[in-house]
Design a protein around this ligand. Structure first.
Ligand SMILES: *Cc1c(COP(=O)(O)O)cnc(C)c1O
Length: 464
């Protein structure tokens, strides 16, 4: 340890001295004292480590540290906390996937208190928490029946378990995928109690491959969308209508796990399996996520034949996977918006962000870059780049965007990105070689200024 490090360690203030700062003392009227004291210790411990490892050169005064304590304590009450998504990935699983529409947020707020979740106000009797959702699914998607559970993985387990426990499910070898977050199709089927029968090859599976594998033990055919990668070249899979035709002829139900399920037509998602195509093909059971291209809360949606949907509803797993009142509220509000395509594209953030034009993004990036041009420690330029749909939807589909590309005079891109994540509202960008890119596509327009303000505040001051 050199003497400068030793001196810096000796200069670390005490917990008691931080507690003397008025802003810190004030915290104790809203937070338990133990919280505040722990926050002081954690901040000081973090500082000690940074000094010891030489990972900080910045001198922080006791007043700066007190401010960090305040942020730490106030930030703690909100988890997950708000961040600014400037990654350009619209459905970013680590950042909470779909951003909810204001209508959905308001519906959740109202449902948070006492609500008529399972009470029929006319009769005063108990009723189904899904009654309103089901009606919306029928009206909007034109389906006979619908059932919503916790997430799409759950919806698929439920369908397979109900139809195929102890029996065979036929799947193409090209669809034995891992979706991410340890969702591996063969494992999921095994846990649902089904016996996997693989047909076809990795790149080509025909409808005859399925036909030949059907036998008296077969309980279902399963089509799974290969969400997060794309196959090109010498490939074949039967169109969903052809597979549904085979399923009907042989009296074997077809389950289609769509994953995202695009409903509102958008250029960015034109190659995603569309919900209408599967509905038109009269697939027996369809499953999709609530928080991907529908742009709603996390949920798993089962659509299809009334008798089969009813069976999944009565399966005991449905009780284990049931939706909470806030999710039901948000999903119902999102469905209302989806009834009108134009309205959905303007009100649902996921769809709005996917539909925003390159020229609008260019104008927003330019405005941000201009506002940052006076910050001497940052080198700013505009970079033409591509945004992604994310959430395992439309892999490889590049959407043109304009990013604010930033480089710091001394910090590496990794360190600069970390500094961005330390702003009062953490700003999450993406590192491209030696720069950090901020993509306006995934920010709401009113957040552009907020990013700029925080960066000017953080880097624009002398010594910043
Ligand atoms: C995303 C996805 C899932 C998992 O959905 P969750 O709602 O995250 O549980 C399952 N299958 C496919 C095809 C997917 O794309």
């Amino acid at each position: 340890m050199n003497s400068a490090t030793g001196a810096a360690l000796k200069n670390i203030p005490s917990v008691d001295s931080l507690l003397q700062f008025e802003a810190v003392a004030r915290l104790e009227s809203h937070h338990p004292r133990a919280f505040v004291v722990r926050a002081c210790r954690e901040i000081l411990e973090g500082l000690r480590k940074e000094i010891q490892t030489g990972s900080t050169s910045k001198v922080r005064s006791p007043a700066d540290l007190a401010l960090e304590v305040v942020r730490h304590v106030e930030g703690r009450s909100a988890f997950p906390g708000r961040v600014l998504n400037a990654t350009g990935i619209v459905l970013h699983t680590n950042l909470g996937r779909a951003r909810l529409a204001p209508e959905a947020v308001e519906a959740m707020r109202l449902a948070a208190g006492a609500c008529d979740l399972e009470l029929d106000l006319e009769t005063g009797k108990r009723t189904s928490r899904e009654r309103r959702l089901e009606a919306s699914f029928r009206r909007i998607f034109g389906v006979d029946a619908a059932h919503a559970v916790n997430n799409n993985a759950g919806a698929l387990v439920l369908c397979v378990n109900e139809l195929a426990q102890g029996k065979e499910v036929i799947v193409s070898r090209g669809e034995l995928v891992e979706i991410g977050g340890s969702f591996r199709l063969p494992d999921v089927l095994a846990r649902a109690g089904a016996i996997l029968v693989e047909v076809g090859t990795t790149n080509r599976t025909t409808v005859d491959d399925y036909a030949r594998a059907i036998n008296p033990r077969t309980a279902a055919l399963l089509r799974v969308h290969r969400s997060n990668f794309r196959q090109d070249g010498f490939v074949h899979e039967p169109p969903i209508a052809e597979l549904a035709g085979l399923a009907r002829d042989r009296g074997t139900p077809l389950i289609h796990d769509l994953g995202s399920g695009s409903w509102i037509p958008l250029t960015a998602t034109r190659f995603e399996p569309s919900l209408s195509e599967s509905l038109d093909a009269k697939v027996d059971l369809l499953t999709l996520s609530g928080d991907k291209l529908l742009g709603g809360p996390q949920a798993g949606i089962v659509l299809g034949r009334t008798d089969l949907v009813e069976r999944t509803r009565r399966n005991p797993l449905s009780r284990a996977l049931r939706l909470d009142k806030c999710t039901i509220a948000a999903l119902a509000a999102t469905l209302d918006l989806l009834e009108d395509a134009g309205w959905a594209r303007s009100r649902i953030p996921t769809l709005r962000q996917l539909a925003v034009t390159p020229s609008e993004l260019s104008a927003r990036a330019t405005r941000m870059a201009e506002a940052l041009s006076g910050v001497s420690s940052l080198r700013v330029r505009i970079a033409i780049a591509s945004s992604e749909v994310g959430g395992g939807a439309a892999p490889g589909e590049a959407m043109e965007t304009s990013c604010v590309a930033l480089k710091h005079e001394t910090l590496s891109a990794e360190d600069l990105a970390r500094e961005f994540r330390r702003t009062p509202v953490p700003l999450v960008g993406r590192i491209v070689q030696s720069e950090v890119f901020l993509d306006p596509r995934t920010l709401e327009a009113h957040e552009d200024d907020e990013c700029v303000r925080m960066l000017v505040e953080r880097f624009g001051r002398p010594g910043g």
